[in-house]
Design a binder for this molecule. Structure first.
Ligand code: PMM
Length: 266
C-alpha cells in the first residue's frame, strides 16, 4: 500500500503532494514501483496535529481518489469522517482506512456497512492533539490486541461484514518507541485475531529512535528512514501481514519479494 498524503503538514511527506495533479501522478508512480493499493489521505495525523475541517478534507481527497480510480488504481481512502468515506467510495475508492477504527465519527460504521467495502480497523485511543498522553500500557501487546478485539466486535455489530475487515496495530498512535517495537516483535498475536493484518511503520518516530541509537544522536529526518521502513516490511511480510503501508514503495516491494522467496525456500 503506497501512501499519498494530500496535506500541507503530514510529518513525513507533507506538502510535497498537496496538489491534485501532482498527487495523482505520485499515486501512479507508486503503482509503477510495485504498489497494489494507493492510500489517499487529506488529514495529517502526526502527533500534535490539529484537525482539518470536512470541506477542506473533501476538497483535497475526492479529486485525487477519482483521478487514480479512473486510471484503474485500487484506492483506499484514509479518513476518520463518514462523509469523506462516502464521497471517496462514490469517486471510486475500494477500501476505507479509518485510523480511529470507527470511533471518531458515529456515522462511519453505518456508512461503510452500506457501502459494502473493506474497512481497516486501526488501534486508536484518541485524536493526535493529545495522543502521546494516552501512550500508557502495562502490556502493550495484550492491551492493543484486546482493544482491537473490542473494536472488531463493535464494527461487526454495526453491520460491517467480518470478511471485509483488516486490522492494524496503529504504530505511533498513542505509542512510544518501545511500544511500537514490542508490537512489531509480536505481530503473530495480532494475526491471531484472525483478520488480514496491515502494518504501517513507514518513516515513523520509532524508526528514527532506532536509527539514532543509544548514544544520544539526533534521529535522521523522516525521509531518511526508508531503508529502515523496508526492514520492517520484510519482517511484516515474513510474519504474514496482508499489506504494509509505505511512502516509498520500491524498497518495500523488493523486501516483500525477498521475504516471499525465503518463505518459498522453506
Ligand atoms: N498511519 C498514518 C496514517 N494513516 N493508516 C493506517 N491504517 N495505519 C497507520 O499506522 C497510519 C494510517 C500516519 O502516517 P503518515 O502521516 O506518515 O501517513
Amino acid at each position: 500500500m503506497g501512501v499519498v498524503n494530500v496535506t500541507p503538514d503530514s510529518f513525513s511527506d507533507g506538502g510535497r503532494w498537496f496538489d491534485t495533479t501532482a498527487a495523482v501522478k505520485r499515486g501512479l508512480d507508486l503503482v509503477a514501483q510495485g504498489a497494489d493499493l494507493v492510500d489517499v489521505g487529506g488529514e495529517s495525523t502526526r502527533p500534535g496535529a490539529t484537525r482539518v475541517d470536512a470541506e477542506e478534507e473533501l476538497r483535497r481527497v475526492v479529486p485525487v481518489v477519482r483521478g487514480l480510480a479512473s486510471e484503474g488504481v485500487t484506492v483506499s481512502v484514509d479518513t476518520m469522517r463518514a462523509a469523506v468515506a462516502e464521497q471517496a467510495v462514490a469517486a471510486g475508492a475500494a477500501l476505507v482506512n479509518d485510523v480511529s477504527g470507527g470511533l471518531a465519527d458515529p456515522g462511519m460504521i453505518p456508512a461503510v456497512a452500506a457501502a459494502e467495502v473493506p474497512f481497516v480497523v486501526m488501534h486508536w485511543r484518541g485524536f493526535s492533539e493529545n495522543m502521546n498522553a494516552l501512550a500508557v500500557y502495562d502490556d502493550v501487546v495484550a492491551e492493543v490486541t484486546a482493544e482491537l478485539r473490542t473494536r472488531i466486535d463493535a464494527v461487526v455489530a454495526g453491520g460491517i461484514a467480518p470478511e471485509r475487515l483488516v486490522v492494524d496495530p496503529g504504530l505511533g498512535f498513542a505509542k512510544q518507541a518501545e511500544h511500537d517495537l514490542a508490537l512489531v516483535a509480536h505481530l503473530g498475536a495480532l494475526r491471531a485475531l484472525g483478520f488480514p493484518l496491515l502494518v504501517a511503520a513507514s518513516r515513523k518516530r520509532f524508526l528514527g529512535r532506532v536509527l539514532a541509537g543509544d548514544r544520544g544522536s539526533a534521529p535522521p529526518p523522516a525521509r531518511e528512514r526508508d531503508a529502515a521502513t523496508a526492514a520492517v516490511s520484510a519482517i511484516a511480510a515474513h510474519e504474514g501481514a496482508w499489506a504494509v503501508r509505505v511512502h516509498e514503495v520500491r524498497a518495500t516491494a523488493d523486501a516483500v519479494r525477498v521475504a516471499r522467496a525465503v518463505e518459498g525456500a522453506r
